[in-house]
Design a protein around this ligand. Sequence first.
Ligand SMILES: [Zn+2]
Length: 373
Amino acid sequence: MRFSEVIGQDEVKKILTAQVRSGRLPHALLLSGDTGYGTLALALALASYVLCSRQGDNDSCGECSECIKTDKLIHPDLHFSFPVIKKSNGTTTSDTYLKEWLTQLTSEKYFDFNDWLHVIGTDNKQAIIPDDEADNIIRKLSLSAYEGGWKVMIIWLPEKMRTEAANTLLKTLEEPSAKTLFILCAEHPEQMLDTILSRTQRIDVPPLSVEDLAKALMEQRGLDHDTAVSVARVSGGSWLKALKQICDADDSKVMLQSFIQLMRLAYMRDLSGLMKWSEGMVALGREQQKAYLSYMQNMLRENFIYNFGRSELNFMTPQETDFAYKFARFINERNIIRFTEEFAHAQRDVAGNVNGKAIFFNLALKTIILLRA
Ligand SMILES: [Zn+2]
């Protein structure tokens, strides 16, 4: 990974490359920030820059044999340490899960602790950097560099390191061998030992700007400008949160279609169509049914409010607003209260295990009546 592939973070990139160029790179750097801001991506880009044999002013060359090995994650002087789940038999180190780690990094450099737990097949939040790992790190770094240059050790989430391991590692941090670079990527440095912290140079990685997030959403996910900006605004500077917003938005598109279908069929009094709609709802499963019903109550409220012509009171996507333009007039003071009561009632029935088909077909019939109120 090169700096040019890391989303935003121009200031941090400038600091890091300047340190390398001036030969003032500390032997232990702490990149502190949410994983969604890109701490690991920055660590990988820095490793690539340091190991590159034809380093430019601002980035690795991307073409030399060192760069190719770093990019494929097979550079013999690039090492990783990360939280794992201790196996019941034998010694557990990060290497026990190295295959999973490299597979994850090959497919996606932005991921968080929960994503990683999912990759190693557990939801056990007790994943740690185990005691055995410290010796493993020291052994790797005591070998001379294969390529005669730097040795880089990236430690992801060092706050998950057991105290004993951290104490063992401390000695290496105190007396590092020449041309050894530790890059620690921490979300919660306050959970780390002070003795470790005091031996690292801390760089705070800030939340991504709305502009940088929006640009990445357009380039990497094909969003149009307005959607990208509105997603970026509610993502708190985190690329991971932005991606989650897109997934949620896909869900709400499907729910909007179901809402539109119900309202159209009810307006046309299409009973066989409404029967099919009910069957579709029954097929969803209880949790999704509840999500749909709560989405639809929200849509009814939004459409009612739309009639006041005060857009600052509405919170709808462009697609939802399109539908409201034609539909909102059907939701008014004569039916809004009963409408929301009926949908809330259906939601309670779903939770209370009442026959699904009856709930939704009944709701569809009530919708016919209420639309004409
Ligand atoms: Zn290179």
